[in-house]
Design a binder for this molecule. Sequence first.
Ligand SMILES: [Zn+2]
Length: 280
Amino acid sequence: MPELPEVETVVRGLRPLLKGRRIRRVEVRQRRRFGVLRGSLARFRRVLTGARIVSVARRGKYIVLQLEPAANQVAPLWWVIHLGMTGQLYACPAAAPRVKHTHVVAWLSSGRQLRYRDPRRFGKMLVLRDTELAGYFAPLGPEPFRISLQRFCRLFRGRRGPVKSLLLNQSLLRGLGNIYSSEALFLAGVHPGTPAGVLRRPELRRLFRAVRRVLREAIAGMGTTFSDYRTAEGLPGDYQNSLRVYDREGEPCPGCGTAIERVVLAGRSAHFCPRCQPAV
Ligand SMILES: [Zn+2]
């Protein structure tokens, strides 16, 4: 499932290919149920056709394209895309063969096509007016690279839930999923099942730094690919080779050699080293 580094990698790859381009035409293959498009198909087509892509950005795990609409439309608008579990958003030559599960195709003025593919269809996309944008993202917590240490520490104060589950909670902190929360907890030497409220300042400081470090490293590694995630150029990421504990149950800990273990917390698996991350 794409997390912050994967979405950031897609955004950085797409930006030079999309910025300033106009959308000539849009094709949507929408099923009646469980389609990726939210809201009216007619409105989606109307808004995108003729619009110019002004900027390409990331908000948490969302990709956000700012559109300068065609002359007969009201300005400005936002095209919001979430990759879900298996979504791929990439630009390719118009002649490239169209792979199965391609749901949305936008013809660009550059001659390329922007394609959205999603075999399991847990992704979503929608268009928002300027006035709707802030409200849409209001339920999300702060970006990990923007939050201060003080505020980060306050997120966990008085909370009894396992720290791993809280790191996954998008209303507290946006962008982390199972992979990078596991990796950050390992780097910080914190057991994933630790009740968040008992963490002391030095542990929280280590965790704060660890979260940023793993995200930075993973962005540099173009993200983690286990199955479906691809960069904007259609290539797999590289960071799966650098993971320290995630998906490495039974393998030796890179720090001490102890076998990595796995626990299930609130329905999600957590990988950790029982020696480097002792339970409290
Ligand atoms: Zn260890």
